[in-house]
Design a protein around this ligand. Structure first.
Ligand code: ADP
Ligand code: MG
Length: 310
C-alpha cells in the first residue's frame, strides 16, 4: 500500500491560548508523589479554568487529588508537569522571590486541618494582623482591616480570644479572615467545613459566598460533600486526578413568574478530546473497551461495539 503525504489544511493562525481571559488556568496538570519506590499520580492531566469573580466548588472522593490541586494553586507545592497560571503568574517558572510575593498577596489559603491555620498563643486580632505585618502594611491600615474583616465574618466580638476559646466554626472564620488579610484576588479553602456539623458548615459556606459577593474575591472551595454543590453556581468533580464533570446552577423564571434553580450536569472534555462516560451509562448499554462514535448533524452518539453490523 502506498502512503500518501499528509496534506491537512493549516489553521490560519495560532488557536487562542486555553483560558486566556480566565484568572486561573490549569492545563494537563500532573503531580506525581514519590514515596520510596512507589509512585502516586495524584493529578493525572487535570484541566481547570476559573473566571475572575467566580465561586467554584471542587468535589471528589478522598484521595482524588483535591488537596494536591489546592496546594499547587496556593504556591505551596509545585506540579510535576503541565501548565498552571494564576493572575499573571506562571506557577511553574516563577522565581522564589515571586513565589513569596504570590503567596502573600495574590492568594489566601485555608488549609485542610483547621489547627494548621491558627497559632494557639495568638488572639484572633493578632493572627489577622500577622500577614499584614509581614507585608509591611502601616499600623493604622492593619487595625482598620482587621476590624473590618472580623466584623464582616461575624466574629468582631472574639477579637481578643485565642483559638482554644472558640468553637470550630469560629476558628474557621478566623482562618478565613487571616487568609483575606492582604486582600488576595483568590481565596482557596480546603474542606473548610470538614470538621463542622451540618448547621455550622452551612453557615461557613454562607460566609464564603458573602466574601465572594461583597469583596469580589474569587473563591475555590474543596469539599468531599456533594451537597455543597447546591450552594454554588458551578461545581467541578475530580476523579482520579482529573476533572470529570461539572454541575452548573442557574436561576430560571418560568411562565408563571416563579423562579427556580436549575442544575445541569455536564461531562468535561479534556484538551485531547477525552470524555469520561459515567459508570451507570456504560453499564446500561454494556459499553466496554471499544465503542462506536457516530457524528450526527448536531451531536455525537456513542454506541456499543456491535461487531460487524452497524
Ligand atoms: P484529596 O485531598 O482529594 O483527598 P490528595 O490530594 O490529598 O487527595 O491526595 C491524592 C493522592 O496523592 C492520594 O493517593 C494521596 O495518598 C497521595 N498523596 C498526597 N500527598 C502525598 C505525599 N506528600 N506523598 C505521597 N503521596 C501523597
Ligand atoms: Mg484533601
Amino acid at each position: 500500500m502506498s502512503t500518501k503525504p499528509l496534506s491537512l489544511p493549516q489553521p490560519p493562525s495560532k488557536p487562542p491560548e486555553f483560558g486566556r481571559d480566565a484568572l486561573i488556568v490549569c492545563e494537563s496538570l500532573v503531580r506525581i508523589y514519590q514515596s520510596g519506590s512507589v509512585e502516586v499520580q495524584a493529578l493525572q492531566g487535570l484541566d481547570l479554568v476559573v473566571e475572575s469573580g467566580e465561586m467554584l466548588a471542587v468535589v471528589g472522593a478522598s484521595g482524588s487529588g483535591k488537596s494536591t490541586l489546592l496546594s499547587i494553586l496556593a504556591g505551596v507545592d509545585a506540579p510535576t508537569a503541565g501548565r498552571v497560571r494564576v493572575d499573571r503568574w506562571n506557577l511553574l517558572t516563577m522565581s522564589r522571590a515571586d513565589r513569596v510575593r504570590y503567596r502573600r498577596h495574590t492568594v489566601g489559603f485555608v488549609r485542610q486541618q483547621t489547627a494548621a491555620n491558627l497559632i494557639p498563643y495568638l488572639t484572633a486580632r493578632q493572627m489577622v494582623d500577622l500577614p499584614m505585618t509581614a507585608a509591611q502594611a502601616p499600623a493604622r491600615a492593619r487595625r482598620r482591616r482587621t476590624a473590618e474583616l472580623l466584623d464582616m465574618l461575624g466574629i468582631g466580638d472574639l477579637a481578643e480570644r485565642r483559638p482554644a476559646q472558640m468553637s470550630g466554626g469560629q476558628q474557621m472564620r478566623v482562618a478565613i479572615a487571616v487568609a483575606l488579610a492582604n486582600e488576595p484576588r483568590v481565596l482557596l479553602a480546603d474542606e473548610p467545613t470538614g470538621e463542622l456539623d451540618s448547621a455550622t458548615s452551612a453557615a461557613v459556606f454562607g460566609t464564603l459566598r458573602e466574601v465572594n459577593r461583597r469583596l469580589g474575591v474569587t473563591v475555590v472551595v474543596v469539599t468531599h460533600d456533594p451537597a455543597v454543590s447546591g450552594q454554588v453556581e458551578r461545581t467541578v468533580a475530580i476523579r482520579d486526578g482529573r476533572t470529570s464533570s461539572e454541575v452548573l446552577r442557574r436561576a430560571a423564571t418560568g411562565s408563571d413568574g416563579d423562579t427556580q434553580v436549575i442544575a445541569e450536569e455536564y461531562a468535561v472534555m479534556d484538551r485531547a478530546g477525552r470524555v469520561q462516560v459515567p459508570r451507570d451509562y456504560r453499564e446500561a448499554l454494556a459499553l466496554t473497551r471499544r465503542v462506536r462514535l457516530v457524528l450526527e448533524s448536531d451531536h455525537v452518539a456513542i454506541r456499543p461495539d456491535g461487531g460487524e453490523a452497524g
